[in-house]
Write a protein that binds this ligand. Sequence first.
Ligand code: SAH
Length: 239
Amino acid sequence: MTAKIRLCVDQPLGEAQSVPLSRDQAHYLFGVMRLGVGDAVLLFNSRDGEWRAEVVEAGKRGGALRCEVQTRGLQMPPDLWLLFAPIKKARTDFIVEKATEMGAARILPVQTEFTNAERIRQERLQAHAVEAAEQCGGTYVPEVTGLQKLDRVLDAWPEGRQLMFCDEAEVGAGRVLGSAPRGPWAILIGPEGGFSERERARLHDLAFSHVVSLGPRILRADTAAVAALTLWQQHLGDW
Ligand code: SAH
C-alpha cells in the first residue's frame, strides 16, 4: 500500500534497518491511525532522508518498523535562523510551525526588553516543529533553542552570519534587503511591544545587521515572522 503517514524518529535509517517504536508512536500508528503489520509509513530523522518502512510488529505499548527503501534524500533548509520574541502561547506555537514549513534551520526564542514571556515551553515548541515537518514533507526538523536574552545572543554572534533586522520603526520606509550577501543568515522579529530605543540603536549599529521594513502597515509578530521568512526565501533562499 502507499504510505501517507510520515513520522519523525530518532533512530538511524537505512536499508533493512529496524526501528523500534515508543509507546506514543505505537499508540498513534496502531491505536489512532489503525495501521497493522504489513502497512507502510514514511520515516525521517533529519539526517538520512526519507524512508518507506513496513510495520513488522504492532502492539499496544510498542512495535517495530523495518526500513525498505529510501524515498527521498535529505533536504537541508538554507542556513537561516529565526530569532523572535515569544508572545502569547498560540501565536508562539504558530510561529514555530510556520518557520518550520518556511524552511528555517534553527528557531531561537529571544527575550527583549518588551518581551512579556519569562519562560517558554521548549519541549512543546520542539514538538510543534516535529509535527510541522511531518506534515509539510520536510526531511529536517529545526532545533528550537531555550529562551535567551537578545543582548547575550548578539554578544556571542557567530562570525559571518548576517542579520535581517525587521524594525517596525521603518514601517513604510521601503527598506529592502537589496544586494545582501549569500551565506548564513538570521531574521529578527520583535515582540508586540516592539523594540526599545536602546535595542534599536544597537541593532542599527551592528556591522552584520541589515535593517528592513515589512511594508506600510504594522504587522503582528506572527504575521511579521511569516512575511520576513517569505521575503528572505524569495531573495536568498531555496525557493
Ligand atoms: N508595537 C509595535 C509593533 C510591534 S510589531 C509598534 O506599534 O510599533 C512586532 C514585530 O514585528 C516588530 O518588532 C517587527 O520586528 C515586526 N514588524 C511588524 N511590522 C513591521 C513593519 N512594517 N516593518 C518591519 N518590521 C515589522
